[in-house]
Write a protein that binds this ligand. Structure first.
Ligand code: IPT
Length: 933
């Protein structure tokens, strides 16, 4: 342990002082500075490798650790986190930072795991969240949002007064994890410099003393000191890069339609910061997230991200998203996303690692292994016929980073003349490499290699792993003071020694192991692999492990190496550490010492999991609101004649649901009028956001349904499509001289964002915006939405369905009196409930989803409640999603669960019921407690 520390310190010293990992848990106060090359912590250069994570999209705080550990295990040293104002504030002046909203716990977890945090409290965050993170109540606050107007200023000051102190006490400068503070989000048009400056002044007054950044999308110069008047300028302007667009359906043919993905330098005195670098996509066209994962898959990740590394010289970046999660409840902004926010990220919504994760790991480990990359200038690159090349060099160490990219789709074989050597190179189509020369590798000196450096470690000897595409040639040159001894332990490699240089030539295939000793250096175990065999190694907390499906943490103590690791199947494990015995997840593992001085053993995989079949469904129809006699005397009278929305109501009174305090999900309207008997049509307009609809009854008779209006065009937000809706009144339904009742159930789908800060789009109403009945001049209205804010699940969990108001979604509700389900749903609302017990194996991470089979129904939609938590919506009008992840913690893994489905049917339907499925299972995992509710 001690030796390793000393060696690490040595490596750091040689490398020109660079910080390799994230913060450590008991960290003292540190300084955070920067220059034109990189950020620095305590004067040591840092290459910030971050991935975006939204705690509000994973409502099970124990699982935050799972995601953070998975990010760390891939080599990341930071996470970038939006803090959603809407998620914490259900009403003006009301804030909640407990339970699934406990961001203090999130920041503590980041500290324990050892990750820095880029904190992004907005106030505007976009992120495909309802309102772009603005609470819906802000629609009723005067003053243009994202400006210095007084009403908005008072509102966001209240938010910052709550979130800033939490962030401030977790800053790196106070021994915590928050390294950067990001104000606003892509604030590039309709800007207000006074506002931008005030955000920063407020942060400073609240004790934020780390560098302030912002993420620009559209004008890379914005908010740098030389842009505009300089007012509102941030210290480290970041840039968002999305080269692949969001057209996931074209994944196979798309290649950089939105640019080369080379992050611009915005400010001379600050490092290049890729604040959001595309690492997935929203699924705009319902192609499914696997298509988005392909759009931003391994070839993209190699070509664009490695390209950016060398071409832009970015020493700080954050991948958007590292893990996407779920738009549970009414969290999502409906125009761009459905329930799943999987995002095609490297870690799936079900928390599973993908091939893209392996590529992140290959790049992440590389970045950790090359501290000289934190300070480089562009340098002359050798030309290679058929390939694009570019280079950067560290002025202090002379270390060179050479990008070689194949811009064609066919394999290129060529020659690289570099550092006095002539190397054969073969690069598959669209592949890219970053090669290194003149690098100190622990006790070794790398002259050059045409294999990519994967990682380095020390365990009794130096270890270095290089890799290249299967079947392609590789060569590595190392410098010695005299000829060393070369022993090929596995695979094939030829060695030649000349003038102090040992050159190894080989073909990348499987895993070649070469032991080099003597020659004036410490012994070196050189492993030469392929993409796959390299990625089978983990390097966590300085311990190198081959095998397992994840190493979360490692510790060497008194000759024992203890791993916290997951296995998705039984298999061998090989551990390189200065230790004689191995324990995994606290249990001793018998090992033998392998040829390479490693500990070799084998580990069991996960136990089999049996999930119960969902049966015993009970059913109850509701929607008493549709009946004329229903008592709505306690509902809110809807009689306003003005609103702050720029949208002019089609008819008065104003029926916009937010005006009456109903901000999430379904809203009921009941309108009374004196009948004449001559009425022929009901004309309604509702704006719901994409995917919404509404159902209409007159005097208890169902008249039909229509789609809600949506934002017609992002450029014309003031005039959204108000939705169609003409319904014929059957003769005799309205009696002359009698009061008639019109009942309307509107599915509001969440609010528009305010991406371009034009305010009107965000203030676009939800709910009814117009109602007219032929021949009738006056309708008196009442409205009812969410009855109360769920104290645990929050203001975005429930809407205003009768069953939601009466607690039918909750596990504690007794459905004993309900009849057994017949699965026939009449137009309106029908609930299905069942219970099930799960007894999932302990010390195992079993990811469970609810899966609907068959074709996605067009006639109805389903809101899914697990133990009262609204985990999504299913239906053809919603999106292509058929699997709904049930996060552990909300799913009681060893206990009784209640599933409730609210079926909103536009026509008589037979309801298909889902089944539980396992969507991933590993022995290991993190301890997950039931989320109290
Ligand atoms: C960028 C936003 O900053 C981020 O919040 C999210 O919305 C992301 O896009 C898309 O998922 S905006 C960029 C695409 C111009």
């Amino acid at each position: 342990m001690k030796i390793r520390r000393i060696l690490l310190a040595l490596v750091l010293a040689v490398a020109g002082l660079a910080v390799l990992g994230g913060p450590s848990s008991a960290a003292p106060k540190h300084s955070v500075t920067y220059d034109k090359y990189s950020l620095m912590v305590d004067g040591q250069r840092l290459l910030l490798q971050s991935a975006e994570f939204h705690y509000f999209r994973l409502p099970s705080p124990d699982l935050w650790r799972d995601i953070l550990e998975k990010e760390k295990a891939a080599g990341f040293n930071a996470v970038s986190v939006y803090f959603s104002w809407a998620f914490h504030s259900p009403a003006p002046g009301r804030y909640d930072f407990t339970g699934v909203r406990d961001v203090d716990r999130l920041l503590r977890t980041a500290e324990e795991v050892g990750l820095y945090v880029v904190a992004r409290p907005g106030p505007y965050i976009n992120a495909e969240t309802s309102g772009g993170g603005f609470p819906a109540w802000l629609k009723t606050v005067p003053g243009r949002a994202r400006s210095s107007d007084a009403g908005y200023t008072a509102a966001y000051h209240d938010w910052l007064a709550h979130i800033n102190p939490i962030l401030a006490r977790h800053q790196v400068t106070r021994g915590g994890s928050v390294l950067l503070y990001n104000v606003e989000n892509e604030y590039a048009v309709n800007t207000d410099a006074v506002y931008m400056q005030d955000l920063q002044d407020t942060a400073r007054a609240d004790g934020i003393d780390v560098p302030i950044t912002t993420n620009n999308c559209c004008d890379a110069g914005s908010w740098s000191s030389t842009w505009g008047s300089g007012l509102g300028a941030v210290q480290i302007p970041g840039v968002d890069d999305y080269p692949q667009s969001f057209e996931c359906q074209n994944a196979d043919t798309t290649w950089g339609p939105w640019g080369a993905g080379i992050t611009e330098k915005v400010r001379d005195d600050a490092p290049v910061f890729a604040a959001e670098y595309q690492a997935g996509a929203i699924d705009l066209n319902n192609a499914g997230y696997e298509a988005c994962r392909n759009l931003t898959g391994v070839p993209y990740t190699k070509f664009f991200q490695k390209g950016n590394m060398v071409l832009s010289g970015a020493t700080a970046f954050s991948y958007y998203m590292g893990f996407g999660g779920t738009n549970w409840g009414w969290l999502g902004q409906p125009n761009d996303v459905y329930t799943s926010y999987d995002y095609g990220a490297a870690i799936t919504e079900a928390r599973q690692l993908t091939a893209k994760y392996d590529e992140y790991k290959r790049q992440g480990y590389f970045l950790r292994a090359v501290p000289p990359l934190t300070k480089t200038d562009p340098s002359a690159a050798p030309a290679v016929t058929g390939l694009e090349t570019a280079a950067r060099t560290n002025p202090d160490t002379g270390t060179q980073f050479l990008l070689a990219r194949n811009t064609s789709t066919t394999e290129v074989t060529s020659t690289l003349d570099w550092n006095g050597y002539s190397f054969p190179v073969t690069l598959p189509g669209h592949d890219a490499k970053v090669l290194v020369s003149n690098l100190d590798l622990g006790g070794q000196r790398l002259v050059a290699s045409t294999s990519e450096l994967y990682t380095t470690a020390f365990a009794n000897r130096d270890i270095a792993i290089f890799y290249g595409a299967e079947g392609t040639p590789g060569a590595t040159v190392l410098r010695y003071t005299s000829e060393p001894k070369v022993k090929v332990l596995a695979g094939t490699a030829t060695a030649s020694y000349r003038n102090g240089d040992l050159r190894l030539d080989y073909t990348h295939h499987g895993l070649t192991r070469v032991l080099i000793s003597g020659g004036g250096h410490r012994p070196l175990l050189l492993m030469l692999g392929t993409d796959d065999t390299a990625a089978s190694f983990w390097n966590v907390d300085g311990v190198l492990v081959k095998g397992t499906s994840l190493v979360r943490a490692a510790r060497v103590d008194h000759g024992t190496v203890d791993l916290r690791a997951d296995t998705s199947e039984a298999g061998p494990v090989e551990v390189f550490a200065n230790a004689r015995t191995l324990t995994v997840n606290g249990k001793p593992v018998p090992t033998r010492t392998g040829r390479n001085g490693s500990l070799e053993g084998s580990l069991p995989g996960p136990r089999g999991v049996e999930l119960p079949a969902l049966a015993g469904w009970k059913q109850q129809a509701e929607a008493p609101e549709a009946r004329p006699a229903f008592d709505d005397s306690r509902w809110t009278v809807a009689d306003k004649t003005t609103s702050l929305s720029t949208f002019a109501p089609v008819t008065l009174p104003v029926l916009f649901s937010d005006e009456y305090g109903y901000h999430a999900g379904s809203v009921w309207y009941r309108g009374r009028f004196a009948g004449t008997g001559a009425e022929t049509t009901v004309k309604l307009n509702a704006i719901t956001g994409k995917r919404g609809d509404y159902l209409v009854w007159l005097n208890g008779r169902y008249l039909g349904s229509a789609k809600g209006g949506v934002q017609a065009d992002s450029d014309v937000p003031v005039n959204p499509d108000p939705g169609p809706g003409e319904f014929t009144i059957p003769a005799g339904l309205v009696k002359p001289g009698e009061t008639a009742v019109l009942s309307v159930l509107v599915q509001n789908m969440g609010n528009n964002d305010d991406w371009t800060a034009e305010d009107s789009r965000f203030r676009q109403p939800r709910g009814l915006v117009g109602a007219a009945i032929s021949g009738i001049s006056e309708i008196s209205w009442r409205i009812q939405g969410q009855a109360r804010v769920d104290p645990v699940r929050g203001g975005l969990n429930n809407g205003g369905l009768y069953g939601e108001r009466a607690g039918w979604s909750l596990p504690g509700y007794s459905d004993r009196g309900w009849p057994a389900a017949g699965f026939a749903a009449a137009p309106g609302v029908t609930w299905l409930r069942t219970g099930f017990s799960t007894d999932l194996p302990k010390n195992q991470d079993t990811s469970v989803a609810l899966r609907f089979g068959g074709a996605i129904p067009a006639g109805y939609r389903v809101i899914i409640y697990l133990n009262g938590w609204n985990l999504g919506q299913y239906g053809a009008a919603i999106g292509p999603q058929t699997d709904f992840v049930l996060p552990a913690g909300l799913l009681r893994q060893n206990g009784r669960n209640t599933l409730a489905l609210a079926v909103i049917a536009e026509q008589t339907s037979t309801v298909a019921t889902p089944q539980l499925v396992v969507v991933g299972s590993q022995r290991g995992g993190v301890p997950v407690h039931d989320v109290p509710a």
